[in-house]
Design a protein around this ligand. Structure first.
Ligand code: PMT
Length: 221
């Protein structure tokens, strides 16, 4: 993909985990490092796009030329993403968003009790990418990821349809050589009409290949 090929295209990308507080010192989260989403942001900016990167808590440096918005929770990511999505032509949801948050966040550190078990009630978080794909005005070309440990392509296709996405990157995260926190990754790109496997490679190289595919599908629309 030539430099400047994405010139004048606004792309919003989500990356990293979200963090859902239990009390002031504890939270629920996942192993996302942000590397895949940051690689996508770096590659898109290098191709001339106007990139906004909305990220959960990660330890990565902001790629050159990228506008970064830091958030912590799924609800914060949802608000930031919907605001930016309407202004974007392409939206890529690479973040590992917590599906649930704690119903009642304790205002003080929870004390250990004499009980052998305790219960936490969790409530569903908003589905960011489904809400972006469901925009009735200025809906961007919407690309999701599906992190799965089994039936990867089958579950990814289900998410493509259920969330009304244009494209989904099926990511097998059962293998520690790829996916969460690794420097390398492999995915299968799935749209309503075709499927293409991008083999194991660095997230930097994979990001360029994903963007080329998005560009070709997006510009054909
Ligand atoms: O960050 P790294 O360490 O580099 O790892 C990369 C990755 C494995 C996190 C990434 O490649 C990946 O697969 N990201 C998606 C992770 C995920 O949470 O997938 P999911 O199958 O649970 O979600 C499906 C899609 O819905 C995703 O686009 C997700 O961003 C989105 N989603 C999910 C829940 C929710 N409440 N809102 C959402 O927008």
């Amino acid at each position: 993909l030539a430099e400047h090929q994405l010139k004048n295209i606004k792309i919003t990308i989500t990356a990293g985990p979200t963090r859902e507080a239990i009390d002031p010192v504890r939270y629920i989260s996942n192993h996302s490092s942000g590397k895949m989403g940051f690689a996508l942001a770096a590659a898109a900016a290098a191709m001339g796009a106007d990139v906004t990167l909305i990220t959960g808590p990660v330890t990565l440096a902001t790629p050159a030329g990228v506008t970064r918005i830091d958030v912590t929770t799924a609800e914060q990511m949802h608000a930031a993403a919907l605001k930016r999505a309407e202004l974007s032509q392409v939206f890529i949801g690479c973040a590992a968003v917590a599906d649930y948050r704690v119903a009642d966040i304790a205002t003080q550190k929870m004390k250990k009790t004499t009980d052998d078990s305790i219960n936490l009630t969790l409530i569903k978080n908003p589905d960011i990418i489904a809400d972006v794909a469901g925009l009735s005005r200025n809906r961007p070309f919407t690309v999701g990821f599906a992190a799965e440990t089994q039936n990867v392509v089958h579950y990814a296709k289900d998410k493509l349809i259920r969330k009304k996405l244009d494209l989904i990157c099926a990511n097998d995260v059962s293998n520690s050589e790829l996916g969460f926190n690794s420097d390398n990754n492999a995915i299968t790109l799935i749209s309503a009409v075709d499927e293409k496997t991008l083999p194991l490679q660095s997230k930097t190289e994979l990001a360029k290949a994903i963007l080329l595919h998005i560009y070709l599908q997006f510009s054909a629309k």
